[in-house]
Each structure stands twice: as C-alpha cells, then as structure tokens.
Design a protein around this ligand. Structure first.
Ligand code: NAD
Length: 312
C-alpha cells in the first residue's frame, strides 16, 4: 500500500520510533519526518526531513503540498511536567498545532490524522482503578486540560466536518532509543539508565505511586493498527483508552533487582508527585480491544528484559 505521510515532532521519544516504523512499512521516501529541531542522524538521513514548526499553518501546508501528503501524525507537544512550568506556551503549542492539522483535513488537503491524547485527560475525581472509557474527566494539569480540550475538538471536527482523526490515550511510555521529553512517567525510563550506569536511582515519585505504563513497541503497534482500520470500525472519535501494564516505583525497582541484585532505589518526590496523584492507577481498554482488536504484548517482566538488554 502506497501513501505519503508527514510526522510533526518526529525527533521526540515517540516520533523517532514512529518514523522508523512508518518508513519500514511505507518506504523511506514516502515518510517525511519533521521537527522544530534536528534529530538523530538516522532520522534525518534515512528519508526526507524538514525543519518545521507545527504552530505555523502556512509552513505545514507548503510541506503537505510539496510532498503530496495524505496522512499527518502530530507528535509535537509540550508534556506534563514541562507544561506546569510554562502553562501558556504549552497551551499555545498543544492547541494551535492540533487546530492546524484539523483545519488542513477540513480543507481536504490531507485525508487522515493521528493525534495522541494521554491518561492525563483524567483527574482527581476520576475512578482510579480500571478507569473506564467514558467517565468523569476533570484534569488538574495544564497538559491534561490541553489534551481533554483536544479530544473534544477532534470529535467535533469528525462530527461536524467529517475529519478522519484517530487517537489513543497513551499511558507512560517506556523506550530505549530516545530519551523521554519532560513527562511525569519519565522515571520509568531513567531508572533503567541509572541502574546500569550508577547502580542506584533517586526517584521523583514516591514508592507506591501506581501508574499505567506501556512499552514503546506496543504503543507503535497500537498506533499503526488504529490508522489501518476502516473508518466504520472506529466508534470513538475523541480518544481510545489504551493499556498494557501498571506498576509502582517500588515494583519496577524489584523487577530490576532480579537482573542487577545490588541495585538500590531512594525516593525524593517533587512537584511531579501531585501530577501522578491526579492520574489513574490502571485503565480499562476494552473499547479498543472490541473495535480494532487491540492487545498489549509487553508486561513489566518483558519490558525490563528488553530495556536492560538494549541499553547494555
Ligand atoms: N511519551 C509519553 O509517555 C506520552 C504519553 C502520553 C501521550 N504522549 C503524547 O505523545 C506525543 C509525543 O510525545 P513524546 O513523548 O514523543 O514527546 P517529546 O517531548 O519526546 O517529543 C516532542 C517533539 O516535538 C518537538 N516540538 C516541540 N515543539 C514543536 C513545534 N512547535 N513544531 C514542531 N515540533 C515541535 C520537539 O522538538 C520534540 O522532538 C505528545 O502529544 C505527547 O503528549 C506521550
């Protein structure tokens, strides 16, 4: 199947691996990676690469026209922890980039959009265990407010203008190819790096903070699978709950100790603790399973093995 794709924010934690996966699937020359900054050599050399600001509608339109782009994956955003420091910048980036791609699709210049939401759309009043697809959503972070608003706008553009936008609420993502970009679940990546380099890790969340997480390979597979499905099978046009595993800092540390017995963890919760406290412990993703056959493959055990093997 031939289609031309543009990724905005391709040099980040998810964008990097998404670019690899899409280039493998559709051919290097058909997948244009772009970001506001340069990324790793591989991303820039293995296919078309553009420096592109996702808040600039005209600049995106030029690239879309030049490469005859059909699908856009919008990965540019400011993440939860950084957004608390720069609320207005986060709101402006997260919303204007989304409106740009929604409007491009409304104008029929592209035909399909992927835009990621997050478990941050939930808030302190949401049921924490097995959080349902449809439930109370009162996010208490700037990032969560932007994702919740984004979801509403996606559904609106689908219903009102027929814009084919698809979305999942990613949990915290664990990967080794690229470092995470300023989120509250970053600890679950840092811990593997520190276990190997220092044999110890000082965690910014407390020992019993349980959060939903996912290994990157599962996240990429979910994304590609959702984008492949016929439009009729997608019943959720805000964003799908997506789950794989959930654990606490203490549990991930114990899991690492199975491979590195002398590894130690200490706890020094900072401002990110309040963000973590407002999010669910676990997610019910039965709607995604039912609509497009989603099923995670990586649990904590398998994730730890992969992380340590690859980082070594
Ligand atoms: N990583 C996670 O655990 C996670 C979880 C839930 C949702 N998400 C969502 O997935 C998406 C990608 O997240 P990520 O972890 O890869 O983020 P990241 O911070 O690692 O990457 C974001 C990329 O966007 C780029 N960028 C920033 N401003 C830009 C602009 N104006 N124009 C173009 N590019 C710009 C950055 O340079 C960076 O390369 C985001 O929407 C994020 O909210 C991520």
């Amino acid at each position: 199947m031939q289609k031309s794709i543009l990724i905005l924010g391709a040099c980040g934690q998810i964008g990097t691996e998404l670019t690899y996966a899409l280039r493998e699937k559709y051919g290097n020359e058909n997948v244009v990676a772009s970001d506001i900054r340069e990324g790793n050599e591989d991303i820039m050399a293995s296919g078309p690469f553009e420096i592109l600001d996702a808040t600039n509608y005209g600049a995106i339109e030029d690239v879309v026209m030049h490469y005859e782009i059909e699908e856009v994956y919008l990965m540019a955003a400011m993440l939860s922890a950084t957004a608390e420091k720069f609320p207005m910048r986060a709101w402006n980036l997260n919303m204007s980039s989304l409106f740009n791609v929604l409007n491009l699709c409304k104008e029929k210049k592209i035909s399909r959009i992927f835009w990621p939401s997050s478990i941050a759309v939930f808030g302190p009043n949401t049921p924490k265990k097995n959080t349902p697809q449809n439930t109370i959503m009162e996010p208490s972070t700037v990032y969560g407010i932007s994702k919740q608003s984004g979801e509403r706008w996606c559904e609106y553009y689908f219903k009102k203008y027929g814009v084919d936008v698809r979305s999942v609420r990613y949990p915290g993502l664990i990967s080794w190819k690229t470092l995470p970009g300023g989120g509250t679940t970053d600890y679950a990546v840092e811990i593997y790096h520190k276990a190997l380099s220092d044999g110890s890790y000082d965690c910014f969340l407390q020992r019993d903070s349980r959060l939903p997480m996912m290994y990157m390979e599962d996240a990429i597979r979910a994304t590609l699978s959702l984008m492949d499905k016929p439009s009729e099978s997608i019943t959720v046009r805000s964003s799908y709950n997506l789950a794989a595993m959930n654990f606490t800092p203490e549990e991930i540390a114990k899991n690492i100790q199975k491979h590195i017995p002398n590894f130690t963890i200490s706890y020094a919760p900072d401002f990110r603790q309040a963000i973590a406290d407002s999010w669910p412990n676990s997610i019910d993703d039965s709607q995604a399973r039912q609509d497009w056959g989603w099923k995670a493959e990586y649990d904590l055990e398998k994730t730890t093995e992969e992380m340590l093997k690859n980082l070594r």
